[in-house]
Structures are given as structure tokens and as C-alpha cells.
Design a protein around this ligand. Structure first.
Ligand code: FEO
Ligand code: CA
Ligand code: CA
Length: 619
């Protein structure tokens, strides 16, 4: 979801300054990059300059601004499910003029699909998809003010949020199965349990939950994760945007300010119809959001659980790794300017044959510190290191706890992805206009340093790190930059990006990251699609493939107008890739996927080879 609304301009002074720091000199001298990044750049020079052949077995797609999905010629795509498609026969087909109501939405696929995973249970393909948010202009596009006007509008929006679980089948194309016993909608009102260290804490007690052990709904479900015990992890990101306050004189606490909770919401208007979202009436309600939620998709009656031990912040995704000693590691980004990167290590070990249900409730939470010399460390967040009274409080006010230990403020950590072939982890740092300009909401400075090496970082970068001794539980790591996005068409300095970025493959704002089984890194973007000025030549948002060994990056897909490309999963036979197309036409300029004058609808698409064979990216 976009946090940036205004165009960033690099000042004239900075342009002059940067001219003296040409890209070539920058790479040669390893300025700001450190030694290991220099090594990457040098090997890239050799492999890309001297050997023009690509390591990827597909034709690069050119940047474009078309209102459709563009993929290489020997691939084909189809729509699988769209916002508002009824998942049960009692539901109504999407109504183009009303755009649905609360009743139809409760029975339909949610809006703004984001992270997702396809589970295989016996012979069933169960697709679990996050529905991150609603775009008022689109869902209330039939209203004069293009905003919620009554309680039904609010209930429709709440039902468009959460998670959609839907069974799929394949014959000659992918279809969803109406009325499947696995189909389920989880929304902003679904009853849930609170688990982990903060369960029962007084900060979670509200008038409807005197024990602090329950809550209603999940919000702004962005990226995702999955566990080897068959559960889905959904990550609550910009939950603050739903809360507001009728009492405009209310003094905001330090905690509200740090989490961006204020007197005004982001245009959802829920508090006017549901006082649960009014922070002066129910301040602790806010503490029930900002978690990772675990869902069992194979059991439609199961109660989702908020995993408080993993911390509370604007969770992007949850990358789970089983460490060599079988403890569970989860890497997590907090997507806000100048916020942090986290890691959780379970106390107990994963075992295929035992009950792993409570593995994510007890463990240690760490935050990352990046040093200038390409080393880094994980600092544990506990009462001793943070001065907090209890682990429960650390789990509720995680950002504030992390500020106490000197964590590195990052350029908006988005998805984290672990290389399946080696102990190496990647994270998108999508952009940060405040870098080198102003501190984060907690007052932590944002110096131009380490992996956050550009002032007014409008393009973003991908950092990667290797844990010491290939042990994900180690407190130490070494890092470098896999890529710095940039525009070599208009810049010959650090804003041109790293050497593996060129005018053919450039992009901005890397966001979704995921590896396939081959070890190809998929990079999805949520950036500016103006195709003008600093973004000229980049076209619509897109998906690219990255080779972690050679550093090559090649564009595989361009999305339709005004969309974000986010969410990716594969069929078990690797013949299909499912990709999320979120908010096409968010400013009113798309009719994706149905064309004509139809309402633009976020959709999951399926991509296959035209000959139906297994998709391999590396020949
Ligand atoms: Fe929902 Fe940080 O993207
Ligand atoms: Ca994003
Ligand atoms: Ca995202």
C-alpha cells in the first residue's frame, strides 16, 4: 500500500553534488557500498559486460503503460478471481453499477488482494489470499462523494478486508470452486484469539474483552508467510489508518504517535459507525492490531490467532526458515519510513511428527543493526535490553522497545525472502523520502549510511545478508546490496542505481520478494507509474526475476495501469505461477481485467507456458 503521495524532487544542489560522484567512480571506489558490494559489482561487470547471454530462459518484457498484463510471448495468462466474485452460489454476481453491498461482499472475494499462498491438501488446491484494504474511489465509485455514506457502506468495506480462502481446480484453465467446504471469508469483524506473551495483558483489555484474550477482525493484511505445519501467516500493516477520534481535543500519547494513530483516519470513516474504531472511547482496541495472524486453511471452523510474541508494528510479510537446529526463524519488516527489520527465533524446535501449534508463541525477538563495514548484528529485545517492564509490553510497543537498543532505521523494509539454496536473506527497502532529511516518528535519526545510502531515496534498494556460519540463529551477519534501483537514463550518479540496473530493466520501489524452488528471486514493484521525470522509461508496476549468483535482473511481467504487482505463489507441479494485480486504476484510469467500461478490479491471475510445460526460468 502506498505511503508516498507527493512527488520527490532531488534538489539542484544535490544534482551538482552527485554529478561529481559518477556511477562508475561510485562502484569503483565502493563508496557507501563497502567491500562485499564492490565484489558483487565487479563480478557483475564481468558476467554482464563480457558475456551478453542471459542466465534466464525468457525474453525480457519491455516497460509499457498498457492497461493489461504483458508477459513473454511463450507464456499465457488468465484471471482466476476478482474483487467481488461470489464464492458461494447464494452470492450475487458483481454488480457493475452498485459495486456490491455488505451482503454481497460478505459472500465474495475481498478487495485489493496482496500476499497469498496455494496450499495442497489431499487433492484440493486451497488458495489463501490477503485482502489488504479498500480504495474508496473504487468501492464507492457509484457515490457522488466517492466515500462511505451509510452503515451498509461501512459493513461492505469491512467485509472487503481480511482474507479470502477459496478452492481452485484446473482442467484447461484455473477456476475457483463455488461452495467448496474450504471456502471462507475472514473479515474486519471475524472473532479471533490473542496468543503469545501479550495475551491477557491489561493493554489489550477492552469493554467487549475484559480478559484481553480475544479480538474482532484483522486489518490491512499485506504480505504473508506460511509454515511447514500447514498454516498461513497474514501480516497486519497500516492498521492505524482505520482509527480516528470524535474528540478533537484528545492528547495523543507517545505510543499513538509512534504508531501513526491520530485523530483522523485515512478516509475509511469506520469510527462514525462503529465506536470500536474511536480511540477516545476504546484506546486499547488499537493494541489488538499490528500483529501476524495464524490461520489454518484446512479447517474452516478454526479460530485465527494473533501471534503477539512476533511483535507489533506495520508488518509486511513473515519469511519463515527452519534453521539447521530445527528452531523456527521468522524474518519481518516494519514498513514505515525509518522503521526496523526484525527476527524471531522460537524456543522450541520444529518437528514433522509433533504438534507445532504453539511454536510461534514462545521465543526471542531481535532487531537488526547494520554497521558501515558490511557487518551487522541482531539485538535481542527483552526487559533487560530495553528497560521495559515485561516481554508482553515489548510485544505491544515493539517499535519503542527497538528504538531503545539502537536499531538501524531503514528505508521502509517490505518483503523478506530467504534463498532456498543457501543461508542468505533478501529484503526490499522500497524507498524513503525522509532519508538523510528527517528522523522517524520516534525521533531516531536517519543518516545516509549502511544499506540506506541515498538521501531522499526515491527508487529503493534490495539488501541481503548472510548469517554467520550459515546459522540463522546467529547474532551476527554480513550484508551487501543486491540491487539499487535507479534511473540510468537520466542520472550518472548514485541515483542511476547499481551496475545490474540498466535502461532495459529499470524499475522503482521494490516491494514483493519471493524465491521459487529454482532459487530465482521474484521482485514485484509498488512504485510510481507516471513514466515521466525521475520515473521515465519505467512504465507501469512490474515483476522481475533476479539471479542471486550473477546479479542479473530481467523483467518478466508488466501490470496494467495504476496497479501494484503483489503476491505470488505456485502450483505444486510448477506449471502455474499465480500473481496478484492490486488496485488497477486506483486513480480511475483502468478497466482491468474485463476491459470496456467495466469497473477496475483487483485480481489474482494465473500464468502458464503456452505449451503447458513446467515453468523453469533458468535453462
Ligand atoms: Fe502493504 Fe508495505 O506494502
Ligand atoms: Ca508497498
Ligand atoms: Ca507491499
Amino acid at each position: 500500500m502506498k505511503n508516498l503521495k507527493k512527488k520527490n524532487k532531488i534538489t539542484d544542489f544535490e544534482l551538482i553534488l552527485n554529478k561529481n560522484l559518477s556511477r562508475r567512480n561510485f562502484i569503483k571506489n565502493g563508496v557507501s557500498f563497502g567491500l562485499s558490494s564492490f565484489v558483487l559489482a565487479a563480478s557483475l561487470n564481468n558476467s554482464l559486460a563480457n558475456n551478453k547471454t542471459s542466465s534466464f530462459d525468457f525474453q525480457q518484457v519491455k516497460a509499457n503503460t498498457l492497461d493489461t498484463v504483458t508477459i513473454p510471448d511463450n507464456f499465457t495468462w488468465q484471471t482466476v478471481i476478482r474483487w467481488g466474485d461470489p464464492m458461494w452460489t447464494e452470492g450475487e454476481d458483481f454488480n457493475q453499477s452498485s459495486r456490491g453491498d455488505a451482503i454481497s461482499q460478505k459472500l465474495s472475494f475481498g478487495d485489493n488482494n496482496d500476499g497469498m499462498h496455494l496450499f495442497k491438501k489431499d487433492n484440493h488446491n486451497i488458495l489463501v489470499v490477503n485482502n489488504e484494504y479498500t480504495n474508496q474511489k473504487v468501492i464507492y465509485g457509484n457515490r457522488n462523494r466517492q466515500s462511505a455514506e451509510n452503515i451498509d457502506d461501512i459493513n461492505k468495506a469491512k467485509a472487503a478486508h481480511g482474507i479470502s480462502i477459496v478452492e481452485l481446480s484446473f482442467s484447461d484453465k484455473w477456476e475457483f470452486i463455488k461452495d467448496s467446504k474450504f471456502n471462507r471469508r475472514i473479515t474486519a469483524d471475524t472473532p479471533m484469539e490473542i496468543s503469545g506473551y501479550a495475551k491477557g495483558h491489561k493493554l489489550l483489555k477492552t469493554s467487549y474483552d475484559k480478559m484481553g484474550t480475544k479480538c474482532l477482525g484483522t486489518l490491512n493484511n499485506c504480505g504473508n508467510g506460511k509454515t511447514p505445519w500447514g498454516t498461513y501467516l497474514t501480516c497486519e500493516e497500516n492498521f492505524n489508518g482505520y482509527f480516528s477520534c470524535k474528540n478533537k481535543n484528545m492528547q495523543l500519547s507517545e505510543e499513538f504517535i509512534r504508531y501513526g494513530i491520530g485523530l483522523k483516519d485515512w478516509g475509511y470513516n469506520w469510527a462514525n459507525y462503529d465506536e470500536r474504531f474511536d480511540i477516545s472511547i476504546h484506546p486499547n482496541e488499537t493494541n489488538k492490531f499490528g500483529y501476524i495472524v495464524e490461520i489454518d486453511p484446512s479447517n474452516p471452523g478454526s479460530v485465527p490467532r494473533k501471534l503477539t510474541s512476533l511483535g507489533r508494528f506495520k508488518h509486511e510479510n513473515a519469511e519463515l526458515v527452519i534453521n539447521k537446529d530445527n528452531r523456527v526463524i521468522i524474518y519481518m519488516g516494519d514498513d514505515e519510513r525509518g522503521e526496523f527489520l526484525y527476527k524471531f527465533i522460537s524456543n522450541k524446535k520444529y518437528s514433522m511428527n509433533s504438534n507445532n501449534k504453539d511454536l510461534l508463541n514462545s521465543g526471542k525477538l531481535y532487531v537488526a543493526k547494520f554497521n558501515e563495514d558490511n557487518t551487522g548484528e541482531w539485538i535481542e529485545l527483552n526487559p533487560k535490553t530495553t528497560g521495559f517492564k515485561s516481554q508482553a509490553e515489548i510485544c505491544i510497543y515493539t517499535r519503542i522497545a527497538a528504538s531503545k537498543v539502537g536499531a538501524t532505521s531503514m528505508d521502509r523494509p517490505e518483503w523478506v525472502a530467504a534463498n532456498p539454496n543457501k543461508a542468505e536473506v533478501y529484503c526490499s527497502l522500497t524507498n524513503n523520502k525522509n532519508r538523510g532529511i528527517k528522523p522517524n516518528k520516534g525521533g531516531d535519526p536517519s543518516p545516509i549510511a549502511g544499506p540506506n545510502n541515498r538521501k531522499n531515496n526515491i527508487y529503493g534498494q534490495i539488501v541481503r545478508w548472510s548469517p554467520k556460519n550459515n546459522d540463522h540463529s546467529s547474532n551476527f551477519f554480513e550484508w551487501d546490496l543486491f540491487a539499487m534501483a535507479g534511473n540510468p537514463k537520466i542520472y550518472d550518479n548514485i541515483y542511476a542505481g547499481s551496475e545490474n540496473i540498466n535502461i532495459e530493466n529499470m524499475f522503482n520501489s521494490p516491494d514483493g520478494l519471493s524465491f521459487n524452488k529454482e532459487g530465482v528471486l521474484f521482485i514485484q514493484t509498488d512504485g510510481r507509474y507516471t513514466n515521466e521525470g525521475e520515473y521515465i522509461g519505467m512504465g507501469n508496476n512490474q515483476m522481475l526475476c533476479g539471479n542471486p549468483i550473477t546479479g542479473e535482473i530481467k523483467r518478466f511481467l508488466v501490470g496494467p495501469k495504476e496497479c501494484e504487482v503483489t503476491g505470488i505463489t505456485w502450483s505444486q507441479d510448477c506449471k502455474t505461477i499465480f500473481v496478484g494485480i492490486q488496485h488497477p486504476g486506483e486513480k480511475g484510469n483502468s478497466n482491468f481485467p474485463d476491459g470496456g467500461n467495466s469497473v477496475p478490479r483487483s485480481s489474482v491471475i494465473a500464468i502458464r507456458k503456452k505449451d503447458g510445460s513446467e515453468i523453469k526460468f533458468i535453462s
